[in-house]
Design a binder for this molecule. Structure first.
Ligand SMILES: *[C@@H]1O[C@H](CO)[C@@H](O)[C@H](O)[C@H]1NC(C)=O
Ligand SMILES: *[C@@H]1O[C@H](CO)[C@@H](O)[C@H](O)[C@H]1NC(C)=O
Length: 988
C-alpha cells in the first residue's frame, strides 16, 4: 500500500510539476511577446529624447515588468498598465501598445505626441479600461470608436488640438464614467447623444469654441457629479432639466453666453457643492429656491445681468463664498448672511444694493474678505466685522457708509488691504489701525476722517500704498513715518497736515508717487530727496514750503510730474531740472528769481512759471528781460570799459602770436555730415533757429521749421544745451548713427547733422502734418483722421518698426515708440522719428537679455516687464506699438483719467473687448458686437468710413502686442502680416 501509495504521490507530483512548468513557459511566452511589442513600439514609433525608456532592454531581469512605466499583474506577470506620463516622448499615437491583450490602462499624458488618431488604430484599444492622452499635441477630428468599447470607463483627451464635432460613435462607450475633452479646438455642437452616456459621473468640455447651446436632455445623467462646461462659447438658456442632476456636486457653466433666467429647478440639485455661473448674460431675478441646497459651499453668479433682490434662501445657506458682483441687484443684503458660520468671502460689488450692512456681520464666521464696493449702501460699519481676527480684505469704497470707524478695527491684526474711500465716514481713525503690521494698501480718501499719524505707524512696515487725500487729517508727520520702508505711493493731499517733513523721509527709497498738495506743510523741502530714485510724481503744491528748490530733484531719473506751485520757494530754478523729462512741470506762484534756465524759456512752460515776479528771461515775454543795466552805475561801466579794452589788446596779441588760431576759426570746427543730396549749408539752418520758427519742444531738444532759400522746408532739431552735454552727446550720436545708415519709407529721413562746441543740430524732412500725437490729442484734428487714414498709419508705422527690428543688422530697438514720435507727411504717410533713445542691439546682447542703462520710453507706453527687470528688447517696442494702436482706435490717451483708478488703456480695452467677445477661448477676441465698438471707438471718427472688420483686426493685434509676457507678443514682422492679412479670421 505504502509503495503503491508512494507511486500515486509521485504521479500526482509529476502532474503538478507538469502543470506548473507549462504555466511558467506560457508566462514566459506572453512576457516575451509583451516585451517584444513594447520594444517594437519604442524603437519604431516613439522618440525618447530624455532617454527615459533606456531600461527597456529584453535581457533585463524579469522584463518587461521591471521596465520604467510598465506595470504588471503580480499574479501572472502580464502587462496591465503603461504609464508614460511626462516622459517627454514624441511621435504618433502608439496604438500598437494595445496589441498587448492584457493591457487595461494606458496613460500617455503630458508628452509631445501628435498627429491625428484614426479609427483603425483606436479600435485596437477596445479592451482598455482607461485611456489618457491629455496634454499632447494631437490634431484633427476626434477618433471614431468603430466598435463598442465595452469596458472603457476613463477617456481623457483634454489639452490637445482636436477640432470639429464630437463624433456620434461616442455612444459606443456605454460604460464611460469620466470623459474630458476640455481645452481643445472643438467647434461643433455639444450633441444630445452625449447625454445617453448614463454612466458618466464626470463630464468636462470646458475651453472649446463650440457653436452650441446646452442640450435639453442634460438632466438625463442621473449619476453625473461634475459638469464642467466653462469657456465653451455656449449660447441659449440653461435647460430646466438641469435640476434633475440629483448627484451633481460641481456645476460650472461660467464664462459662456448663456441668457435668460437661472431656472428655478436649480433648487433640485440637492447634493451640489459648487455652482459657477459667472461671466454669462443671465438676467431676471434669482428665484427663492435654494433652501434645499444644504451642501452648497460656493455660489458665483457674478458678471451677469441679474436684477431683483438677493433671495433669503440663498443668503441663508451655509456658504463659504458668495459672489454676486457686477450685476444689477438691489434691495438690502439679507441679515441672515451674518448668521452663516461658514462664510469666508462675500463679494457683492458693483450692484445697486441699499440699506446698511448686516449688524452682526463677521461675528459668526471666519470672514476673510468682504467687498461690497460701489453700491448704494449706507449706515454704520458693523462693529464686529473682524471679530474672528481673520479679515484681510475690507473693501467698501463708493457707498454712503457713515459714522466712525469702530475702535475694534484698530485691533484687526489680520488686515492687509483696506479700501473704504468715497464714503461718509467721520471721526478719528483708531490709533491701533495705523500700526497693523500686515497692511499693504490703505485707501481712506474722500471721507471726513480725522486724527493724526501716531508713532506706532512704523509697525506698518510693509505698507505699499497710503492714500488718504481729501479728509481732515492733521498734525505733523512723525519721524516714525520713515519706517514705511515699502511705501511706493503716498497721497496725503487735501488734508490739514502741517510742520516740516521729517528729513529721514529720504530713506523711503521705493517711493514712486508722493502727493501732499493742499496742506499746510512748511520748512524746506528735505535734503536727500534725490534718493527717491523711483519717483515719478512729486506734488508739493499749495503748502508753505520755503527755501530753495533742491538741485538734486533734477537727478531723479524717472520723474515726469513735478508740481511745486503755490508755495514760498525762493532762489533760482536749478538748472538741473532741465534734465528731467517732464509731462507736468509747475513752479508758478512762488518767490523764485533769476534767469529761467534754457529749456524752460519757451511759451510751452509759461503758465508753469508765472506768479514769480523776480524770474526773468531774455526771450520769453511777458517775463522781464534779465538785463541789469538799470542797476549798473557809471563807475562799473568805466571799470568794464577798461577791462574790455585790456581784453581786446590781449586778444590781438594772442592772435598775432597764433596761439589761439582755432578760436579764430571756431565756426570751421563744426563737424558736418550730410546724408542726402542737399541744397543748403549750416549757416542757413543755424540762422533760422529762432523762437518764431519754434514748432515743438520735447525730451531731447527743440524743433524748428526752417524755410530755406531754395524753397524747401526742413525741420531742424537743436538738442538741449551744454549743461547736459553728456546726455545730449549720447542722443546726438545715437540719432546720427541710427538714422544715418538706414532708409525706409516709414522712417523719417535725416538730411544733415552739424555739431559745434556748444550746439548740435539735426535736420530732417519736414513733416507737414506734425505728429500723430498732436493729431490725436487735438479735438478738431482727431476728426480729420478718419478710419482709412488710421488704418494706413497703423500699417505704415508697423512696417517702419519691423524694418528696424528685422532688416537692420544689428537690430535697432527704438525704445520710445509713441504717437508723438510718429510723424506724418502731407499724405498722412507715417514716419517713425526721434531715435534719441534708440539702441542697436547686438545678437549676443539680445540673448543675454542685457540691461539698458538709461531709462527708456514714456509713461503709459512702457512695457510692464521694464518696471521690474529694466530689460528692453524688441518686444518692448511691440508693447508700446500695441498701445499706439489702441490710441488709434479709441482716441484716448494711455492714462486717460476716465479709465478710473489704476487702470490704463490696455486694461480698459481688454475688459470691454472680452466682456463682449463671443469667443473667449484664447487670447484672440472673437466676433465683437456693435455695443463694444460703440464703447471703444473714437467718437470723432466719421462712422461711415469705419470698416468694422478692420477695426477688429487692429484690436486683436493691439491686444496681442500688449500681452503681459514678452514671449506672448508677436514680432513686428508678424504684426505687419496680421495687419495686411485680408482673411476675416486674422486673429490667429
Ligand atoms: C439616446 O437615447 C434616446 C432615448 O433614450 C434614444 O431615443 C436615442 O436614440 C439615443 N441616441 C443614440 C445616438 O443612441
Ligand atoms: C425641498 O425639498 C422638499 C422635500 O423634498 C420639497 O418638498 C420642497 O419643495 C423643496 N423645496 C424647494 C424650494 O425646492
Amino acid at each position: 500500500m505504502s509503495c503503491r501509495g508512494g507511486r500515486d504521490h509521485i504521479q500526482i507530483l509529476f502532474f503538478i510539476l507538469a502543470i506548473l512548468l507549462t504555466g511558467l513557459i506560457q508566462t514566459a511566452d506572453s512576457s516575451n511577446r509583451d516585451a517584444a511589442i513594447l520594444l517594437r513600439v519604442k524603437n519604431s514609433q516613439l522618440h525618447d529624447p530624455l532617454r527615459k525608456l533606456d531600461d527597456w532592454v529584453a535581457s533585463a531581469p524579469s522584463a518587461p515588468c521591471s521596465w520604467m512605466g510598465v506595470y504588471c499583474d503580480k499574479k501572472n506577470d502580464s502587462v496591465v498598465s503603461i504609464g508614460l506620463s511626462d516622459f517627454g516622448v514624441s511621435g504618433d499615437f502608439p496604438a500598437d501598445f494595445c496589441r498587448i491583450s492584457t493591457l487595461r490602462n494606458m496613460d500617455l499624458s503630458s508628452n509631445n505626441l501628435g498627429g491625428s488618431i484614426d479609427s483603425d488604430s483606436i479600435s485596437l484599444c477596445s479592451h482598455l479600461l482607461s485611456l489618457n492622452l491629455s496634454s499632447n499635441y494631437f490634431v484633427g477630428r476626434l477618433p471614431e470608436f468603430p466598435v463598442e468599447f465595452l469596458k472603457l470607463t476613463v477617456l481623457d483627451f483634454s489639452y490637445n488640438n482636436f477640432s470639429g464635432e464630437i463624433p456620434a460613435s461616442f455612444v459606443n462607450l456605454p460604460k464611460l464614467d469620466f470623459l474630458s475633452l476640455g481645452s481643445n479646438l472643438l467647434n461643433g455642437s455639444i450633441p444630445d447623444f452625449l447625454f445617453n452616456l448614463t454612466e458618466l459621473t464626470q463630464l468636462v468640455l470646458s475651453g472649446n469654441p463650440f457653436i452650441s447651446s446646452l442640450p435639453e436632455n442634460i438632466g438625463s445623467l442621473r449619476k453625473l457629479e461634475n459638469l464642467v462646461l466653462s469657456y465653451c462659447n455656449l449660447a441659449g438658456t440653461i435647460p430646466v432639466s438641469i435640476g434633475n442632476l440629483v448627484s451633481l456636486k460641481i456645476l460650472d457653466l461660467s464664462a459662456n453666453y448663456l441668457q435668460g433666467n437661472i431656472p428655478e429647478s436649480i433648487g433640485g440639485l440637492k447634493n451640489v457643492e459648487v455652482i459657477e455661473l459667472f461671466g454669462n448674460q443671465l438676467s431676471g431675478e434669482l428665484a427663492d429656491t435654494f433652501s434645499n441646497l444644504t451642501s452648497l459651499r460656493y455660489f458665483d453668479a457674478s458678471a451677469n445681468n441679474l436684477t431683483g433682490k438677493i433671495p433669503e434662501s440663498l443668503a441663508g445657506l451655509q456658504l463659504e463664498s458668495l459672489q454676486l458682483m457686477d450685476n444689477f441687484l438691489e434691495g438690502e443684503i439679507p441679515e441672515v448672511v451674518a448668521l452663516n458660520p461658514n462664510l469666508i468671502e462675500l463679494r457683492l460689488f458693483n450692484n445697486k444694493l441699499s440699506g446698511s450692512l448686516p449688524e452682526f456681520m463677521g461675528m459668526n464666521s471666519d470672514l476673510v474678505e468682504i467687498d461690497v464696493s460701489t453700491n448704494n449702501l449706507e449706515g454704520p460699519l458693523p462693529r464686529n466685522l473682524c471679530y474672528k481676527k481673520k479679515l484681510t480684505h475690507l473693501v467698501l469704497f463708493g457707498n454712503r457708509i457713515s459714522g466712525t470707524i469702530p475702535e475694534s478695527y484698530g485691533e484687526c491684526s489680520s488686515l492687509t488691504y483696506v479700501r473704504i474711500q468715497g464714503n461718509e465716514l467721520s471721526g478719528v481713525v483708531p490709533d491701533g489701525f495705523w500700526g497693523i503690521s500686515g497692511l499693504e494698501l490703505v485707501e481712506l480718501a474722500d471721507n471726513k476722517l480725522q486724527g493724526f499719524f501716531p508713532p506706532l505707524i512704523s509697525n506698518a512696515a510693509g505698507l505699499g500704498q497710503l492714500l488718504i487725500s481729501g479728509n481732515n487729517f492733521s498734525g505733523k508727520f512723525p519721524v516714525e513715518i520713515c519706517g514705511l520702508q515699502e511705501v511706493k505711493k503716498m497721497d496725503c493731499s487735501k488734508n490739514q497736515f502741517f510742520g516740516d517733513l521729517p528729513s529721514c523721509m529720504s530713506q523711503l527709497s521705493k517711493l514712486q508717487e508722493f502727493h501732499i498738495q493742499e496742506n499746510q506743510f512748511s520748512g524746506e523741502i528735505p535734503k536727500g530727496i534725490g534718493d527717491w530714485t523711483e519717483l515719478t510724481q512729486l506734488d508739493l503744491s499749495d503748502n508753505r514750503f520755503s527755501g530753495s528748490i533742491p538741485a538734486e530733484i533734477g537727478s531723479l531719473p524717472v520723474l515726469t510730474h513735478l508740481d511745486l506751485s503755490h508755495n514760498s520757494l525762493s532762489g533760482e530754478i536749478p538748472i538741473s531740472l532741465t534734465n528731467l523729462k517732464l509731462n507736468e512741470f509747475n513752479v508758478s506762484y512762488n518767490r523764485l528769481q533769476g534767469k529761467v534756465p534754457l529749456g524752460f524759456d519757451t511759451k510751452f512752460f509759461l503758465s508753469s512759471l508765472i506768479g514769480n515776479p523776480n524770474l526773468c528771461s531774455p526771450d520769453l515775454s511777458p517775463l522781464p528781460p534779465c538785463s541789469r543795466s538799470k542797476h549798473v552805475n557809471f563807475v562799473l561801466v568805466g571799470i568794464l570799459s577798461v577791462l574790455a579794452l585790456i581784453l581786446v589788446v590781449l586778444l590781438w596779441l594772442l592772435i598775432k602770436t597764433k596761439k589761439l588760431i582755432s578760436f579764430g576759426k571756431r565756426k570751421k570746427s563744426w563737424k558736418i555730415t550730410s546724408f542726402q543730396r542737399i541744397g543748403f549749408n549750416e549757416e542757413e539752418v543755424l540762422a533760422a533757429l529762432k523762437d518764431e520758427n519754434l514748432i515743438g519742444s520735447g525730451g531731447s531738444g527743440r524743433v524748428y521749421r526752417v524755410k530755406l532759400k531754395s524753397g524747401q522746408t526742413v525741420a531742424a532739431k537743436r538738442l538741449w544745451g551744454t549743461h547736459r552735454i553728456a546726455e545730449s552727446e549720447g542722443v546726438f550720436h545715437s540719432e546720427v548713427e541710427t538714422l544715418g545708415r538706414i532708409r525706409h519709407a516709414n522712417i523719417v529721413r535725416l538730411l544733415f547733422s552739424c555739431m559745434g562746441e556748444d550746439i548740435k543740430v539735426l535736420v530732417y524732412d519736414y513733416m507737414k502734418n506734425g505728429s500723430l500725437g498732436d493729431m490725436l490729442n487735438d479735438e478738431k484734428h482727431g476728426a480729420y483722421l478718419d478710419w482709412p487714414k488710421r488704418f494706413a498709419i497703423a500699417l505704415g508705422a508697423a512696417q517702419g518698426l519691423a524694418y528696424l527690428h528685422h532688416d537692420c543688422v544689428p537690430a535697432i530697438v527704438h525704445r520710445d515708440v509713441k504717437p508723438n514720435n510718429i510723424l506724418m507727411d502731407e499724405e498722412f504717410k507715417p514716419k517713425v522719428a526721434d531715435f534719441g533713445l534708440a539702441k542697436a542691439v547686438r545678437q549676443d546682447e539680445l540673448q543675454s537679455d542685457q540691461l539698458m542703462s538709461r531709462v527708456a520710453g514714456s509713461y503709459g507706453y512702457i512695457a510692464p516687464e521694464y518696471a521690474y527687470t529694466m530689460k528692453v528688447t524688441e518686444k518692448s517696442d511691440v508693447y508700446s506699438f500695441g498701445v499706439v494702436l489702441l490710441e488709434l482706435i479709441t482716441g484716448k490717451r494711455p492714462n486717460d483719467p476716465s479709465f478710473g483708478e489704476s487702470k490704463n488703456i490696455v486694461r480698459w480695452v481688454t475688459e470691454i473687448a472680452f466682456k463682449s467677445s463671443k469667443q473667449g477661448s484664447d487670447n484672440a477676441i472673437g466676433t465683437m458686437d456693435k455695443t463694444c465698438f460703440d464703447q471703444l471707438l473714437d467718437p470723432r471718427m466719421n462712422s461711415s468710413t469705419i470698416e468694422y472688420d478692420e477695426v477688429e483686426k487692429i484690436l486683436n493685434v493691439a491686444l496681442s502686442c500688449t500681452a503681459e509676457l514678452p514671449v506672448s507678443r508677436p514680432s513686428m514682422r508678424r504684426v505687419v502680416e496680421l495687419i495686411k492679412d485680408h482673411s476675416p479670421a486674422s486673429s490667429k
